[in-house]
Design a protein around this ligand. Sequence first.
Ligand SMILES: [Zn+2]
Length: 66
Amino acid sequence: MIDIWCNGKEIVIQCCSCQRVRNDAGEWQDVKEIRQGEKTLFSHSVCPMCLVDLYPELVSAINLTL
Ligand SMILES: [Zn+2]
């Protein structure tokens, strides 16, 4: 488990499509379930579930196993 810190701020990876966030265990959960504070920074990505929906050709092209 790796915690990412940037100048004392915690970085949370959020899916830009469904708004779920990735927790420390690498699982994607609803944004309301995580603790948010003044020090939380959001970085946006796409979760595996949305990746399949949004970019199916990309998933098949790289033979991604989810
Ligand atoms: Zn998503």
